[in-house]
Ligand binder design. Structure first.
Ligand code: CO
Length: 293
């Protein structure tokens, strides 16, 4: 990455770091998830960034990929994970934190385990660390607290306008002895008191454009243009599209999905019904330094 690109990434990271205390300051139990997501997305824009994907507000055994729909009545409770991204011209800072909205000691310990796993990796990370070493640190940190890491969720490489690019940073020792090298990664440990794996659950309303093809439906064509212009290959959600085009757009989104033009990301649910916590941070590793962003 050249210095201009690194500056964009740093700026995205600075905005993300301002969002965390802002969000922690206003999120309360029983607040509408819709209000939480929209406040965070609005604040990202006020601070000069753009949301890199819809704010995810996943609760308890839902590990990831829940964003409120436009008329969502669900409220904050339990162990709430806020996973959000900020981008500047496609340079993305991907972050997450967890909140315990009950008086529940187990939730506190789960959150602590994920946060400590992340901290322990960040303390040691450099270009010569292997993927398996990063995974081993996460696994041991989480298991020390009596919990399991989620093995089929992982950190990931990032590229401009691509939230999951190529390489996987495992949450357990997966025996991949290749080194991280120079690169741009999100590290995201998930801890659970369940099985340590997730399966695909209900709809999330989160999508991304995967392949442009002609469609007959006129509204669907307009939606493709809107997505290309505003999100390119980044994830977006039905809530954003309905806001622009009214609820008629939901039918067009279905057509786009059936035609393989957009891809839907289902909710990811813990296999054993366990409660899941998450912590996440983005970083850029160069030959001789690690830049948190
Ligand atoms: Co991520």
């Amino acid at each position: 990455m050249n210095s201009e690109e690194i500056e964009k990434l740093k700026k995205a990271g600075e905005i993300a770091q301002m969002i965390i205390p802002y969000a922690k300051g206003f999120i309360k139990k029983d607040m509408l998830l819709l209000e939480i997501a929209e406040k965070i997305e609005k604040k990202i824009e006020e601070l000069g960034g753009k949301p890199a994907f819809p704010v995810n507000t996943s609760i308890n055994h839902v590990a990831a990929h829940y964003t409120p729909s436009i008329d969502d009545k669900s409220t904050a409770k339990g162990l709430l994970k806020i996973d959000f991204g900020v981008h500047i011209d496609g340079y993305i800072s991907d972050n997450a934190f967890s909140l315990n909205l009950e008086h529940n000691e187990n939730n506190n310990r789960l959150i602590h385990a994920a946060e400590e796993a992340l901290k322990n990796v960040l303390n040691e990370i450099n270009s010569k660390m292997s993927f398996s070493q990063a995974g081993e640190i996460i696994q041991k940190s989480i298991m020390k607290h009596g919990f399991a890491p989620i093995r089929n969720l992982s950190g990931h490489g990032i590229a401009p306008y691509i939230i999951h690019a190529g390489k996987t940073v495992p949450n357990y020792d997966n025996k991949n002895d290749n080194v991280l090298g120079e690169g741009y990664y999100a590290i995201e440990p998930f801890a659970t008191n369940g099985n340590g794996s997730v399966h695909e659950g209900g709809e999330s309303g989160i999508y991304a454009l995967i392949k442009k093809k002609p469609v007959r439906d006129e509204l669907a064509r307009k939606i493709i243009q809107f997505i290309e212009h505003n999100y390119k290959t980044l994830p977006f959600c039905s809530r954003w599209i309905v806001k622009e085009f009214s609820s008629r757009a939901l039918f067009s989104l279905r057509i786009l999905e059936q035609n393989g033009i957009i891809k839907h990301y289902p909710q990811l649910v813990e296999d054993g019904g366990g409660i899941v916590s998450q912590a996440e941070r983005t970083l850029y590793i160069s030959k001789d330094e690690v830049i948190l962003c």
